[in-house]
Design a protein around this ligand. Structure first.
Ligand SMILES: [Zn+2]
Length: 214
């Protein structure tokens, strides 16, 4: 049992050092507490570029996002570390690249990074939904068993942005098969953070299973 524990610890250490080496943002995220970001609530860190008077609206946005997930799926139990960046430098430093938001699942923690240029409730809710998926499934199952199309599909149900409004009912079998092949992030996403090949929208008929957010 002791030997097994050592192997597990060794493996996690390897993953950790490997990740830090390959992805510096993993290091920056795991040391966010010691950065110049301001902690505005438990697990919530915000770019020093924000004025104090803006904190309340960010916290309120987070509450609204969680409420949307609870409304759609019945619960929100994840407790990710949320990092809100504002400058392009910090967006890059914390791993966003050209994406407006990302969810990072590490074995020891999960992180949501959102570049907050506007009060984008859809973006924030989308990323929080990924954290909830990881919370429900656990790290290993989330990383190894869930194809990207499914993970993104679940997040899309609480993300009402236009490019996710697709007419599910009109999907042909061919389209369903094609979407099911988008099982890794590199197949699913373009480099600019847009889904590559979701079925196109119809100009008439139902466009979404949701009503518009209000
Ligand atoms: Zn996503």
């Amino acid at each position: 049992m002791k030997k097994l524990s050592l192997i597990v610890i060794g493996f996690v250490a390897l993953v950790f050092t490997g990740s830090v080496f390959t992805y510096p943002h993993v290091f920056f995220l795991s040391t966010i507490e010691r950065s110049d970001f301001n902690k505005i609530s438990k697990n919530i860190y915000i770019d020093p570029d924000f004025e104090k008077s803006e904190y309340e609206s960010v916290l309120s946005l987070l509450d609204t996002s969680k409420a949307r997930i609870i409304n759609e799926y019945g619960a929100f139990t994840a407790r990710p570390v949320v990092v809100i960046t504002r400058t392009p430098e910090n967006a890059k430093k914390y791993g966003l690249g050209t994406f407006p938001g990302k969810a990072f699942a590490a074995p020891w923690e999960q992180y949501i990074v959102v570049n907050h240029q506007s009060n984008d409730i859809d973006l924030l809710t989308h990323e929080l939904m990924h954290a909830q998926m990881r919370e429900i499934l656990g790290y290993w199952a989330y990383q190894t068993k869930i194809p990207t199309w499914f993970d993104e599909g679940v997040a899309m149900q609480v993300d009402y942005r236009d490019h996710y409004k697709v007419d599910y009912e009109s999907f042909s079998q061919e389209e369903i098969k094609r979407v099911k092949d988008l099982d890794t992030p590199s197949k699913f996403w373009t480099k600019r953070g847009k889904p590559k090949k979701l079925p196109s929208r119809k100009s008439s008929g139902p466009t979404n299973t949701h009503s518009s957010p209000t």
